[in-house]
Design a protein around this ligand. Structure first.
Ligand SMILES: *Cc1c(COP(=O)(O)O)cnc(C)c1O
Length: 454
């Protein structure tokens, strides 16, 4: 057996042992950073080692420092796990080592990106001829879509940003809900647009249509972008798209929707109503590594008019071999990049339409079970309307809530983090892993009950 094959066999063994440990292992990492550093060793070796030994060292040194993100009892942030077909496809992506820039050089990638892109538009209920770009995550998807939006609204005001830049040009207003995700602000920083103007949101974090209408009216005819949200990270709430998109369009604004995990509601007949009106926007950002459960990393930048994103992100070079129908690079910021569409295609091909709907509905059902279970715990209260995958809970005073969170983490049955919502400390639960079972939720509720009794 050659050295490469032996290294792959070792990696396979470590991977399958790790995956089968997920059902029972404690969710938090057992070892801190400095311990892992010691186990890895800090001296750069003077010479080569066998690939198989390197894989063994990496796997054994890192194992205690691995948080069980892909298991069914991790409910922090919004993380997602990995569907089996997507994980296996990801191994092939590494073996194939594609550069996914041009159709002519990587026809397999371009074909998969085309097919996966059209399936995504179908499932998410978005216009079928939109451009679908595969980015690192929703942060870069927000960036890509907002770049297209910035350049489009400035073009309408007579400014060619690609040629003349931003300095000395017209101002751009960006209106966002008070509870937009922090990465929207980050994307606007990358884009030289500065801090956005927050518009009031309601108790669930949904932008208030009347407040948006008055903000739009106050702006006159200044080039404007409106950023809406499908899925608030605290409450899971969706902005009321029908009214807000109509108002923004009437003001000639570019409408962008950050739907990092929530846009997937559209793929379920039971939850699609949450996204009603969303498809009338100009651009949408979402993640495949969250709700769809493909491995990190994969976001999706979807733009209704492909010519706008191509104007902002397209690239010409004498040494490239470019296709008249557009290339994968025309929809994303990078030149060289990983073949992210392969894993998305595999997840969608494996789940099918009904499997994606089941996945979304299962996550929501588990979130409701958390809501009901927590509401039954003495001194605990659920603070949001559990419409999707997110649950926010309080345990009396802020100190008590933080105490419950600390005891919960020490217990190790689950991983759930805290946050602040509407002026108080909360426990924030996010259900985003395909493999979470009813039994996992029962175990998690037991741990929360123990932590709150402590
Ligand atoms: C996670 C998230 C993002 C950022 O996505 P990344 O994939 O981490 O870059 C943006 N918006 C919302 C609503 C999110 O939940």
């Amino acid at each position: 057996m050659d050295a490469r094959e032996e290294a792959l066999r070792r990696a396979y063994g470590h991977a399958t042992r790790w995956l089968s440990s997920l059902d029972d292992r404690p969710v938090p990492a057992r070892a801190p950073v400095d311990e892992i550093v010691r186990a890895l060793g800090t001296a750069l070796p003077d010479g080569p080692s066998s690939p198989a030994d390197v894989v063994d060292l990496l796997a054994t040194a890192c194992e205690p420092g691995l948080t069980a993100f892909p298991g069914g009892r991790f409910y922090g942030f919004v993380i997602g796990g990995t569907e089996p077909a997507a994980l296996a496809a990801d191994w092939l992506v590494s073996a194939w080592d594609r550069n996914c820039v041009m159709r002519a050089v990587s026809p397999a990638y371009a074909a998969v990106e085309d097919v996966a892109g059209s399936w995504l538009l179908d499932l998410l209920g978005l216009p079928g001829d939109s451009a679908v770009g595969f980015t690192t995550g929703a942060t870069m998807a927000n960036f890509t879509c907002l770049a297209a939006g910035r350049d489009a609204v400035l073009r309408r005001a007579g400014r060619d940003v690609a040629r003349d830049g931003l300095a000395g040009g017209p101002a751009v207003r960006v209106l966002v809900g008070e509870d937009r995700h922090i990465t929207v602000d980050l994307a606007l920083r990358y884009l030289g647009l500065g801090r956005p103007e927050p518009v009031a949101s309601d108790g669930e974090g949904r932008i208030v249509p009347e407040a948006l209408r008055s903000a739009l009216a106050a702006g006159g005819r200044i080039p404007t972008i409106v950023v809406l949200q499908a899925g608030d990270i605290h409450t899971g709430a969706f902005d009321p798209f029908v009214e807000t998109v109509r108002a923004a369009r009437a003001a000639d604004a570019w409408v962008h929707v950050d739907g990092a995990f929530g846009l997937w509601a559209a793929a379920s007949p039971r939850y699609a109503h949450l996204t009603a009106g969303c498809a009338d926007a100009d651009s949408w950002a979402t993640d495949a590594h969250k709700t769809l459960n493909v491995p990190y990393d994969c976001g999706l930048a979807i733009v209704r008019d492909p010519s706008t994103v191509r104007a902002s992100m397209g690239l010409q070079g004498d040494y490239l071999i470019q296709d008249e129908y557009g290339d994968p690079i025309d929809k994303v910021p990078e030149l060289s990049r990983r073949g992210r569409a392969f894993t998305v295609w595999a997840a969608l091909r494996s789940l099918g339409r009904s499997g994606v709907a089941d996945l979304v509905e299962r996550l929501c059902r588990h979130a409701r079970a958390f809501g009901t279970g927590i509401a039954g715990i003495d001194g605990a209260s659920v603070l949001n309307d559990v419409v999707f995958t997110q649950v926010c809970a309080g345990f009396g005073s802020d100190e008590r809530t933080d105490g419950v969170l600390a005891r919960l983490l020490a217990d190790g049955t689950v991983w759930i983090s805290g946050s602040s919502w509407r002026g108080r400390r909360v426990m924030r639960i996010s259900v985003s892993n395909w493999s979470t079972t009813d039994e996992d939720v029962t175990r998690a509720l037991g741990a929360i009950r123990r932590a709150s009794a402590g």
